[in-house]
Design a binder for this molecule. Structure first.
Ligand code: NAD
Length: 490
């Protein structure tokens, strides 16, 4: 299945995202024969590069992740570079000239994808110029791909959305949430809707709670400046964590179209119990990492990082309890947690089922372990089902926990495509299922804004967890008060 002919313009072509993700992903599509012969890429950025410099840069970026890059010369010959100033009309006129030339040279039928791999403050300006300076005056499709963050709160997101919607219709806006491109995140839907044994149990009668953890080992690295304006709640919860909640909690769509799937997700986000300012403490815990020592070396705390205020109130960790007030989920807590400088890098979903009505195996005075379904998102990709079975060889009827394990990582030769490869492919084909609809963005910000407003007005007692740990003590209390605990990550 090839994608239609298209001209891809990457704004921010000299940047980190383009280099680490976009070029290797495009190359993968090219090599698998998924990219039409009719394609061209214009790299757009400030630096005065030439086509040759960009092509070498693209080649380097591909070669760092792929050793035997066949036909790399042919691939890079499709790349062109245009030095650009985002707020200058003349720049867009030059770009349009080049775009039209490549359109005829490669028979691209006027199909255009504008990928904004740049700081979000430019999104609105670029979108407006694309229209006023005529880059969208062709007969083909025009799609806008934008990176996160989409706004800083609901109000700024609305402003940004209004600007880009003047140029692109909602159907042509592809808001990237790269978690939605991950293999096992896409698998949530399949596990639920293609298996007779889960969906009948997938509700408040049989599920006691759901736990979603996305932990990082790294700190903020060089991104302190950006992170100071964001924090974990905005950087992770508003988008990735809430998207995973929506996929776990949504009703089965009537069919697998972007419209139907997104509308089911929107209903979940609309059913999130909204938290009043005075209740934030009851439902959410924030954290910030402090210094620690690893192998005799000092690991800096967040407040010691570059471009971070030494008295910073920024959250590098969030744990929360979400309630979905609908028929299916009434009373089932969804616990989420995410943070930097935690024990390991891992994203995992644990579905804990309710206990059997009575335990017949008490003689062993062991408590019967609950059934757990674990969805491993990254770095491992797979599913584990925790069951109880008879302790083999035992004289008594004793139980022992067993695990049914499926791991994508064990399939020889399977090289799961990177999220960006899948998302670029979807965008080229015009499938917006795995991109965020505006209604989802708006509902997510609406939920998150209450929490951030409360936190901004209350001084935090930071730092409150040491680098290399699973976060502040209070995050354990959040579950303890409901009679639960975070399942150990292992
Ligand atoms: P970057 O700073 O590495 O690159 C920014 C690019 O924008 C450069 O090519 C630069 O030349 C260009 N640019 C900046 N100002 C310009 C101007 N005035 N005119 C023309 N070009 C200009 O940034 P990045 O890390 O590549 O991130 C880009 C976007 O992707 C951001 O929205 C970021 O939040 C998002 N994102 C990045 C990553 C990542 O892994 N790097 C992951 C997720 C999301």
């Amino acid at each position: 299945s090839e994608t239609p002919a298209s001209l891809i313009m990457i704004f921010g072509a000299t940047g980190d995202l383009a280099k680490r993700k976009l070029y290797p992903s495009l190359y993968h599509l090219f090599r698998k024969g998924k990219l039409a012969e009719h394609f061209a890429v214009i790299g757009v950025a400030r630096r005065p590069w030439s086509n040759e410099v960009l092509r070498e840069h693209v080649k380097d970026s591909v070669l760092t992740s792929i050793k035997d890059a066949e036909n790399i010369e042919e691939f890079i010959s499709h790349f062109y570079y245009q030095p650009h100033d985002v707020s200058d009309t003349d720049s867009y006129i030059e770009l349009k000239k080049l775009a039209n030339e490549l359109d005829s040279k490669y028979s691209l039928q006027g199909n255009r994808i504008f990928y904004l791999a740049m700081a979000p403050e430019f999104f609105g300006t670029i979108a407006e110029h694309l229209k006023t300076d005529g880059l969208t005056d062709t007969n083909g499709f025009h799609r806008l791909v934008i990176e996160k963050p989409f706004g800083h709160d609901l109000e700024s997101a609305i402003q940004l959305n209004n600007r880009i919607r003047k140029v692109f219709s909602e159907n042509d806006i592809y808001r990237i949430d790269h978690y939605l491109g991950k293999e096992m995140v896409q698998n949530i839907e399949v596990i639920r809707f293609a298996n007779a044994i889960f969906e009948p149990l997938w509700n408040s009668r049989f599920i006691s709670n759901i736990q979603i953890t996305s932990s990082e080992m790294l700190g903020v690295e060089e991104r302190g400046g950006y992170y100071e304006t964001s924090g974990a709640l905005r950087d992770m919860v508003q988008n990735h964590m809430l998207q995973m909640v929506a996929l776990l909690a949504m009703e089965p769509p009537i069919r697998l179209t972007p419209k139907e799937i997104r509308s089911e997700k929107v209903k979940v986000l609309g059913a999130l119990r909204s938290i009043k300012v005075e209740e934030v403490k009851q439902y959410f815990v924030r954290g910030q990492y402090g210094p620690s020592t690893e192998n005799g070396e000092h690991v800096p705390g967040y407040r010691e990082e570059v471009n971070v205020n030494p008295e910073s109130n920024t959250d590098t960790y969030v744990a929360g309890k979400l309630m979905i007030d609908n028929f299916r989920w009434a009373g089932v807590p969804f616990y989420i947690r995410t943070g930097k400088r935690m024990t390991e890098k891992s994203t995992k979903i644990i579905i804990q089922f309710k206990d059997v009505p009575m335990n017949l195996y008490y003689s062993s005075d062991k408590k019967l372990a609950p059934n757990l379904l674990v969805i491993h998102i990254q770095p491992e990709e797979g599913i584990t089902l925790h069951l109880n079975a008879k302790e083999s060889g035992g004289q008594m009827m004793e139980t022992t926990p067993v695990k049914l394990n499926f791991s994508n990582n064990d399939i020889a030769g399977l090289n799961t495509p990177e999220a960006y490869e899948k998302l670029l492919f979807d965008c080229l084909r015009g499938d917006a299922t795995n991109f965020t609809h505006w209604d989802e963005v708006a509902l997510s910000w609406n939920f998150v804004d209450k929490i951030s407003t409360y936190w901004e007005n209350e001084k935090a007692e930071f730092p409150n967890y040491a680098a290399g740990t699973m976060g502040p003590k209070d995050a354990d209390e959040l579950l303890k008060q409901d009679g639960f605990f975070w399942w150990p990550i292992a």
